[in-house]
Design a protein around this ligand. Structure first.
Ligand code: BZD
Length: 822
């Protein structure tokens, strides 16, 4: 790092300056001319042009951080679900109008170039998208921060439907070129795996252990700009790509085994090849642990070598860094930092532990017991033998403390041990994180409460001060300002544009909920957003949506606990009532139910549910009467880009998980901020949304968490609901009859049978309450003026759900760090 200020000037901030820079890029980097440029050529040239406008800010931010040596936040996350970069970069650089005008003067359409970008889908769902929102907010708030993760060559799979069933295809997001990344092979880091440990006596006479890895890989950093919103700051996201240590192993090569030499290279590069498409059910695969260790080892090495001054005293590390663990995926960073301090830097154990403890904080994102990550001791010992030793010692000292404090309560000791003994000996990563971290947080109030009371109750007893809550948030830049330009314009006209970085100011809209003209314009915006969605779905999926209908949207990963089946039973019931002549199409408001969901490829039930939704949709949409008031749309491959057009168009947001199962949800926040009303359970952040927007502007239904727990405790019998509720019985019988599978009774038998016999997430118990709530939705929707009043109030009262506020909470409650304004 140089100490001189870089002499770099941005291209001129004018249409002419922009056009000049764009054409230079087209000529010199793409090697083509305007007349011959493909859309992708033009997109790549445009991306690089925009980059140039951000470059001096990026360099200055980096240099400032190095000079000031502030306490920094290193966000460690195995996933970043970034979404497209171009629009956000244009917005941050205040170039939207200039670019549109400049391109138009060349006969190019910004909207078309925008569509050429393939989003980097380096995450599964909420957790990965949250990381992307957080790095955006950190940059916008001028917090010295770096995001560390993995540059997967293949992101989340692309979903297609064949005969209504999900088919996965590889996500080749890098194929068209990657204009937003900067590879830095010169800063590659070497990471070891496998091998064994050796005991030896150090110079100080102390018995020590040293790791002799069996093989090594290189981690090559790729830097991505994280531009703050018009604040002169650009932070860095650093994603690691795995390479073989030697491009060719010359010795093997010379021995003539060329194929083996190249194969070893493939082996190393496999580590960052593909994102695991699992959410909520860790698979315990060796390659996954390799990925986790790979990226945290690279990141710690990088921070120490690149971001700290030479000769920095690592005893003072906690003054300079806090590593935020995004769930348990990066938790092996804890024994890694211990290893670096003890083995490489010669620290004593206690000293190293004291430093390490103060450097980590842990966020838990789940409540499902099966989602808590464990690694078998066998695998950990084989892949990371020294780390396993360290984990054992951490556990030993921790359990000694538990014994002492509990007067030798061995039951408690066994419950709290970082090493589980059954069904196999395994490392409980959430426990390791909780023992080591300075702070442990859940992601919504209810979730944090349940962590304290249930999942991590023993730990909360021991260290109540460790536990805190930080409710999730979403970036208003991407999810309001960019995704909903119509609403943004309306808001800005009313209250100025300060809300983009101070979302609490949306409160100033509250009086306008009672202003008929404002409501009319709000409805106009919603209608225009629906029009935009109709175009996108027609072009992208060949799906026809009637923009005059209520848009009832359920988009999120497919999981039983999220209860897409409950939504589907509502659809089936409506279909049943209309076809049976019990309900006239004149009496129900026309609605389009939109689903978007990917299922983990190995999650059989989730894939069955996708097929069932598509089959029900096909029958409903083909029915001459029913389809006049009810249609199902299930665009394949729901991703961030689709979310950005879908959410602003929605009227009704479906947040219907069984209470106590959804840690927070963040889609729920995006919908509320875009003026959709929520139908939802008392779960995750729904609780806070409802409290803020008001009971009258939220359709609450269903069991509460204590009620659901009590039913489970007493022995839940789903079939009793089937027996006692004729509507429910008819809906399930209809599915079982083959009505949606060309008469094939067996087709969805497993889905129905599971609901009747087990129904782990109490779909049947909440069915009637859900239908009743939907009836309230219908009644409310019949009064457009009252509905839009509620919608405006949802917008006005949801400012709390900005990820800027989440970052402030982390700064105060967890990180104890400060912004460094430029
Ligand atoms: O994290 C989600 C929770 O389910 C949501 O309730 C919450 O809002 C968000 C953000 O806090 N969890 C995930 O998205 N989890 C994963 O994607 C995941 C990925 C790999 C392995 C395990 C879980």
């Amino acid at each position: 790092m140089t100490e001189t200020t870089p002499l770099i000037t941005s291209p001129e901030h004018s249409v002419e300056g922009f056009v000049r820079e764009f054409l230079r890029e087209l000529n010199f980097t793409q090697g083509t001319v305007l007349e011959r440029a493909t859309t992708n050529d033009a997109y790549l040239a445009l991306a690089r042009t925009v980059r140039h406008y951000l470059m001096s800010r990026w360099i200055e931010t980096t240099v400032d951080h190095y000079r000031a040596q502030p306490k920094a936040v290193a966000y460690l996350s195995a996933e970043y679900l970034l979404g497209r970069q171009l629009d956000n970069a244009l917005l941050a650089a205040d170039l939207e109008e200039i670019a549109a005008e400049g391109l138009a003067s060349l006969g190019l359409d910004l909207a078309e170039l925008r569509d050429a970008e393939v989003e980097p889908g380096l995450g599964n769902g909420g957790l990965g998208r949250l990381a992307a929102c957080f790095v955006d907010s950190l940059a916008t708030m001028s917090v010295p921060a770096i995001g560390y993760g993995i540059r997967y060559e293949y992101g989340i799979f692309r979903q297609r439907f064949a005969g209504g069933r999900q088919v996965e295809e590889p996500d080749t997001w890098l194929a068209g070129g990657a204009p937003w990344e900067f590879a830095h092979p010169e800063h590659a880091v070497t990471v070891g795996f496998g091998g064994h440990t050796e005991k030896y006596t150090g110079d100080d006479g102390v018995e020590r252990s040293r790791w002799v890895p069996g093989w090594q890989v290189l981690g090559v950093p790729y830097n991505y700009m994280v531009p703050g919103y018009r604040n002169g700051r650009v932070n860095t996201l650093r994603l690691w790509s795995a390479r073989a240590t030697h491009a060719f192993d010359l010795q093997i090569f010379n021995e003539g085994d060329y194929v083996d030499a190249v194969r070893s290279r493939t082996f190393a590069e496999n580590i960052s090849k593909v994102l695991y498409p699992e959410d909520s059910t860790p698979q315990g695969k060796e390659l996954r642990l390799q990925q986790q260790y790979f990226f945290v080892a690279c990141s710690i090495r990088d921070f120490v070598d690149q971001l700290l001054p030479a000769g920095f005293d690592l005893r003072r590390l906690p003054e300079r860094i806090v590593f935020q663990l995004n769930d348990t995926h990066p938790v092996v960073a804890i024994p890694e930092l211990m290893r670096v301090l003890v083995d490489d830097e010669g620290f004593g154990w206690d000293e190293a532990w004291d430093v390490t403890r103060r450097c980590f904080a842990y966020t838990c994102h789940t409540l499902l017991p099966e989602a808590l990550e464990v690694w078998s001791v066998e695998l950990m010992g084989r892949l990371l033998p020294r780390h396993l030793e360290i984990i054992y010692r951490i556990n030993e000292e921790f359990l000694a403390q538990v014994r002492e404090r509990s007067g030798g309560d061995e039951l408690l000791v066994r419950r709290m041990s970082i090493i589980a003994e059954h069904p196999q000996r395994a490392v409980r990563m959430a426990f390791l994180a909780t023992v080591a971290a300075t702070r442990v947080n859940g992601v919504a109030e209810l979730h944090s409460q349940l962590l304290r009371d249930k999942v991590l109750a023993d730990f909360a007893q021991l260290w109540p001060e460790k536990f805190t809550n930080v409710t999730n948030g979403v970036t208003p830049r991407r999810f309001v300002r960019l995704a909903n330009p119509g609403l943004s314009g309306l808001i800005t006209e009313a209250i100025g544009d300060g809300w983009v970085t101070d979302l609490d100011r949306l409160r100033e809209l509250e009086p306008l909920a009672d202003d008929a003209e404002f409501r009319r314009r709000f409805r106009e915006v919603k209608a225009a957003n629906k029009g935009r969605l109709v175009d996108v779905l027609r072009r992208r999926d060949g799906i026809e949506v009637d923009p005059g209908t209520m848009l009832d949207v359920m988009v999120k990963r497919l999981h039983e606990y999220k209860r897409q089946l409950l939504k589907l039973l509502h659809v089936v019931t409506l279909y049943d009532r209309i076809t049976a002549g019990e309900v006239s199409v004149d009496d129900v408001p026309a609605r389009t139910v939109v689903f978007g969901a990917k299922a983990a490829p190995g999650y059989v039930m989730a894939k069955e549910i996708i097929a069932l939704i598509n089959h029900v949709g096909a029958v409903v949409n083909a029915h001459p009467d029913v389809s006049t008031v009810l249609r199902v749309a299930f665009p394949a491959n729901y991703d961030v880009t689709v979310a950005e057009t879908l959410i602003p168009a929605a009227d009704l947001s479906e947040q219907i998980s069984l209470a106590g199962k959804e840690a927070s949800g963040t889609g729920n926040m995006k919908f509320a901020l875009n003026g959709a009303l929520t139908i939802g359970t008392d779960d995750g952040a729904n609780v806070e949304i409802r409290r803020l927007v008001g009971d009258d502007n939220f359709f609450l239904f269903g069991l509460t968490e204590p009620e659901a727990s009590a039913i489970a405790e007493a022995g839940y019998r789903p079939s009793s609901y089937y027996e006692e509720n004729p509507g429910l019985r008819r809906a399930l019988d209809l599915v079982a009859s083959g009505a949606f599978s060309d008469g094939d009774r067996g087709a969805f038998e497993p889905v129905v049978a599971n609901l009747l016999a087990e129904d782990r997430f109490m779909v049947l118990a909440d069915y009637q309450a859900y239908l009743d709530a939907q009836a309230r939705v219908e009644a409310a929707y019949a009064d457009p003026d009252a509905w839009s009043r509620s919608a405006v109030l949802n917008v006005a009262r949801s400012g709390f759900f900005s990820s800027d506020r989440s970052m402030r909470d982390y700064l105060d409650r967890v990180w104890h760090a400060r912004p460094l304004p430029g």
